[in-house]
Design a protein around this ligand. Structure first.
Ligand SMILES: NC(=O)c1ccc[n+]([C@@H]2O[C@H](COP(=O)([O-])OP(=O)(O)OC[C@H]3O[C@@H](n4cnc5c(N)ncnc54)[C@H](O)[C@@H]3O)[C@@H](O)[C@H]2O)c1
Length: 304
């Protein structure tokens, strides 16, 4: 019957597919594997952790990927950042799924470097439809002077996100094909629990809270172009940001009668794929009227 097979696709969204094999019609709705067919996603911090998980998940749904990561350490950060080899590993995992990935080692603090990387990816892959502003840092070296610690976190976790979106959004507007942007916040975007005046942690809380405001503001800015903007707010996630010696020493130093930083559900930390699952929905047409939302993926941390 292959010679008589006709496949009709709805032009926008591709939510339903009608297949005719010469004798019967089958209507296939949704389905994993093609939800993001033909889309290109830009992901910052794509070399490992959540960024890699998002790249692989969205590639599995049909998207090609532009992936940026810094590829070197930052002196003031208390743990190693990702290497170029880790970024290349993400690309091989994406390519093993039959999708394309363009990589670049770029620091999200450097607007020109982000612009060059995104431009290269857009020229190679034919545009950009989804943006995941995910790159970020956690713990700053305790020896770093407080004002430097505070500013370094803001530079990466807030200015870096601003740079990413202000490079990608004009391209998306110009393309005129809509799109979806997701900023990665944290439960620390929506809570002050555990606050103790530590400058690096102050920077983290300030930057992540600011992302909620930008989500709302950018949702207004970009709605006329059918570009949705949302944020996700994970509780602790099992990635190198928290699975490192510096964090383990810090946690061990906390007083036993300190604030309860646990989740409501019985899980100490969630996995990167738990966040990827939420993002895969947010960027899909199933969430086509969801914009301006701050979505916790937090095992109940925020209502505890
Ligand atoms: N792991 C957690 O517990 C947790 C919880 C809530 C939110 N988050 C947020 O999730 C996001 C992803 O973090 P993760 O958990 O995957 O940690 P991770 O450290 O594994 O990944 C972060 C990635 O960002 C990259 N990066 C850091 N600074 C950069 C810069 N200046 N330019 C380009 N790339 C840079 C790193 O190299 C790394 O690959 C971050 O925004 C983080 O704040 C993490």
């Amino acid at each position: 019957m292959a010679a008589t097979l006709a496949t009709l696709r709805r032009p926008a969204g591709g939510r339903a597919r009608i297949e005719w094999d010469g004798t019967s019609v089958t209507r296939k709705v949704g389905g994993m594997g093609g939800r993001l067919e033909g889309k290109v996603t830009l992901i910052t911090g794509a070399a490992r952790g959540q960024g890699r998980s998002h790249a692989v998940r969205l590639a599995r749904e049909g998207a090609d990927v532009i992936g940026l990561d810094i590829g070197r350490d930052i002196d003031t950060v208390a743990y190693p950042l990702a290497t170029g080899a880790e970024l290349a590993e993400t690309a091989s995992e994406v390519e093993a799924l039959g999708r394309r990935m363009v990589t670049a080692e770029a620091d999200v603090r450097d607007l020109d470097a982000v612009r060059a990387a995104v431009t290269d990816g857009v020229n190679t892959l034919g545009g950009v439809d989804i943006v995941l502003a995910n790159a970020g840092i956690g713990m700053i070296d305790p020896e770093v002077p407080a004002p430097t610690a505070f500013r370094d976190v803001l530079d990466i976790n807030l200015v870096g996100v601003w740079n990413t979106v202000h490079v990608a959004a004009p391209i998306m507007i110009e393309q005129g094909r809509g799109g979806s942007i997701v900023l990665t916040g944290s439960v620390m975007a929506l809570s002050g629990r555990g606050g103790a005046g530590n400058a690096g942690a102050d920077g983290y809380t300030a930057a992540k809270h600011a992302l909620v405001g930008l989500t709302r503001s950018w949702a207004n800015w970009l709605a006329p172009h059918n570009i949705r903007v949302n944020s996700v707010h994970p509780t602790g996630v099992n990635t190198p940001m928290i699975d490192n010696d510096a964090i383990q020493q810090f946690l061990a130093s906390l007083p036993k009668d300190g604030p309860d930083m646990g989740n409501l559900l019985d899980v100490p930390v969630i996995e990167a794929e738990d966040v990827s699952n939420a993002i895969a929905w947010l960027v899909s047409d199933e969430a086509r009227y969801v914009t301006g939302v701050a979505l916790p993926v937090d095992a109940g941390f925020l209502v505890k």
